[in-house]
Design a protein around this ligand. Structure first.
Ligand code: FE2
Length: 513
C-alpha cells in the first residue's frame, strides 16, 4: 500500500476516534485543519444537552450547504474551537478547547465540557474556518442532594418538516426552560409528499449520506436552532429516525433483518452525529445505548426510555390489519414479550426502586394508556402490543411506592392527558401527558373523541392543534400546560394555552387547573 495513503488513513482513523475529545493533540496537520472556509459553517446551528451538576455536552455539526451532498463540507478535517463562559457576553470564560470535525463523523463535534458549577446558566460558542457560531445558553443540573424549588421542562415530538412551520420551537425557546425534552420523530425518513407545505428532497433516507442530509435540512430551520440554543436538550427517538413503525430488527415492510440492521446502523450513526449526546451513547454498528436517567437534585428524576431498539417482534402480525390487531390476540399479552427488552426492563425496575426524588418522570415515545377500538382492535406498535410490559411497569410503581410518577409522551400527534391504573377498580398509579406534535398532522376530532369515550381515564384529547407541553415542578405540585400553535401552516403563528393540569404531591391523578 502507498505509504502516504496509509498515513492519511491512520490520521483519519485517529481523527474519527478523537472527534469528541476536548483537546486535539498538537500533531494535527494545522495547514489542513485550520484552513479558512469560504462559506459560514454553522448552518446547522449549535446545541447542548445531557446536563450533570459539573458538566454538559456542547454540540455542533459543520454544515456550509444543507442541501448539498456532504453538507457542502470538504473531506479534510477542520479544526473547531469552543468556549464556555459564566456570562452571555463570554467575558468570564471557564473552559475552552480545540477539536477536529472529521468527515467520518459527519463533521459533528461533541464536547463534554466539565469542571462547571451546579445549577447555573452558562453560555457557549464555537468557531471554525474563520467564522464564529451564535452564542447558546445552557445550564448545569443541581447537585444530586440539593433541595431544589423549581424545574421547568418544555417537551415536544414529531416535527415533520414538510407539514408545517416550527412556531412551537420559537415559542418554547422564548419560555427559557431549564431543559428541553424531545421524545422522537426528530426527522421523517420518507421522501417529501407531493402536497408538502415545505418540500424537501424527493428520496427516502436509506443510507448514512441520506440520513445526514435530512438532518442538515431540518437543522437549517431558524426556529429549531433557537430552541436548541435556548436550553440543554435531553432526547430519545421514535420510529421515523429510522423507518416507519420499525421495531428491533423488523421493518414494517418485509425487509430481511440483516439488511434492515445495516439501515438501522446508518440511521443511528446519523442520529448520534446530530444530537447533543454523551460518548456513552456512541453507536457500535446497529446498537446504541439511549435509555438513561437524569437527576435534578432531590426534586426530580427523569428516566428516558428507548422503546424501539430492544423490543421483541410485533405481536399478531399474521392476523393484523396494518398495525391494528384483535385485542384478544394472545401474543400481545404474552409475559415473555417485551417492549423494552430484558436489560432495559431490569434497569427501569431498578430506577423505580431507587428513586429518591420527589417527582419521578418517565420520558417515552408514545401514549401509554390502553385504547381498545370499537371493533375490539388495538395497535401492535406501542404499549398495547406489549401489554405485559405496561403491567410490569405499573406494578413496579405500586410495589416500590415510587413517589409521584408522571409519564410524558409523544408519537400520536395528539395532546392527551389521563391517568394510568392497573385495573378500572384500582386507584391511579400515575398520570400521563402526551405533548401533541410540533408539526405532524394529528388524529381527527371524531377519532380522538372516540378514544376518550373508550378509555375514561383519558381526560383530555386534541388532535387538531400543533404545539408542545410545558412542565413546571415544585416540591408540592407538577403543573403541565399544553401550549397550542394557532396555525402551524403559516410562519410565526402565535401560541396560546390549550389546557392546564395539576398533579399534587402524594395524590396520584390529575386535576384540571
Ligand atoms: Fe410522529
Amino acid at each position: 500500500m502507498d505509504p502516504l495513503n496509509l498515513s492519511r488513513r491512520r490520521l483519519l482513523g485517529q481523527a474519527a476516534l478523537l472527534a469528541g475529545a476536548a483537546l486535539a493533540p498538537a500533531a494535527w496537520t494545522p495547514a489542513v485543519a485550520q484552513a479558512r472556509l469560504a462559506e459560514y459553517p454553522f448552518k446547522a446551528g449549535i446545541a447542548s444537552g445531557e446536563p450533570l451538576p459539573d458538566s454538559v455536552v456542547l454540540w455542533t455539526r459543520l454544515v456550509t450547504d444543507p442541501q448539498a451532498p456532504d453538507a457542502g463540507m470538504p473531506p479534510a478535517p477542520v479544526a473547531v474551537r469552543w468556549e464556555i463562559a459564566e456570562d452571555e457576553g463570554l467575558k468570564r470564560i471557564v473552559g475552552r478547547g480545540e477539536t477536529l470535525a472529521v468527515a467520518e463523523a459527519g463533521h459533528a463535534v461533541h464536547i463534554e465540557a466539565s469542571g462547571l458549577k451546579p445549577d447555573r446558566d452558562y453560555w457557549y460558542r464555537f468557531s471554525a474556518g474563520g467564522h464564529a457560531s451564535a452564542v447558546g445558553r445552557t445550564r448545569t443540573a443541581p447537585a444530586f442532594d440539593a433541595e431544589v424549588s423549581r424545574l421547568r421542562i418544555a417537551y415536544g415530538s414529531c416535527q415533520k418538516w414538510e407539514s408545517g412551520y416550527y412556531a412551537a420551537h420559537r415559542a418554547l425557546a422564548a419560555e427559557h426552560p431549564d431543559l428541553v425534552l424531545f421524545l422522537g420523530d426528530y426527522i421523517y425518513e420518507k421522501a417529501a409528499s407531493k402536497d408538502a407545505l415545505r418540500p424537501h428532497p424527493a428520496t427516502d433516507c436509506l443510507d448514512l449520506a441520506g440520513y445526514r442530509q435530512r438532518y442538515a435540512w431540518y437543522k437549517a430551520d431558524a426556529d429549531l436552532q433557537a430552541a436548541h440554543a435556548a436550553a440543554p436538550w435531553m432526547v430519545t427517538w421514535d420510529d421515523h429516525e429510522v423507518s416507519n413503525d420499525y421495531g428491533g430488527d423488523q421493518d414494517r415492510s418485509p425487509t430481511p433483518p440483516e439488511l434492515f440492521l445495516k439501515r438501522r446502523a446508518a440511521a443511528y450513526q446519523a442520529y448520534y452525529e446530530n444530537m447533543p449526546l454523551r460518548r456513552t451513547s456512541l453507536p457500535v454498528g446497529p446498537d446504541m445505548r439511549l435509555y438513561r436517567a437524569l437527576r435534578w437534585g432531590r426534586l426530580a428524576r427523569l428516566s428516558l426510555l428507548d422503546d424501539r431498539q430492544h423490543r421483541d417482534r410485533r405481536s399478531c402480525d399474521e392476523v393484523s390489519k396494518g398495525k391494528m390487531i384483535p385485542a384478544s390476540c394472545p401474543a400481545r399479552s404474552d409475559p415473555a414479550r417485551s417492549l423494552l427488552g430484558a436489560s432495559q426492563e431490569v434497569w427501569l425496575q431498578g430506577e423505580l426502586r431507587s428513586a429518591d426524588a420527589r417527582w419521578n418522570l418517565l420520558g417515552q415515545q408514545t401514549l401509554m394508556a390502553e385504547v381498545i377500538s370499537p371493533d375490539a382492535t388495538v395497535s401492535n406498535d406501542g404499549w398495547d402490543g406489549y401489554a405485559q410490559t405496561r403491567r410490569r411497569l405499573l406494578e413496579g410503581w405500586r410495589d416500590a411506592k415510587t413517589a409521584n410518577p408522571v409519564v410524558l409522551g409523544g408519537d400520536v400527534h395528539t395532546f392527551f392527558a389521563g391517568d394510568l391504573r392497573l385495573t378500572p377498580d384500582d386507584r391511579p398509579l400515575a398520570s400521563e401527558f402526551v405533548g401533541g406534535s410540533i408539526t405532524s398532522f394529528g388524529r381527527s376530532r371524531e377519532i380522538v373523541n372516540g378514544m376518550l369515550t373508550l378509555n375514561p381515564d383519558l381526560k383530555f384529547g386534541d388532535g387538531d392543534t400543533r404545539g408542545y407541553g410545558l412542565v413546571e415542578i415544585t416540591p408540592g405540585t407538577c403543573e403541565v400546560t399544553f401550549r397550542g400553535v394557532e396555525n402551524a401552516l403559516v410562519p410565526n403563528s402565535p401560541v396560546r394555552n390549550l389546557a392546564k393540569f395539576v398533579v399534587e404531591d402524594g395524590e396520584a391523578g390529575l386535576k384540571r387547573a
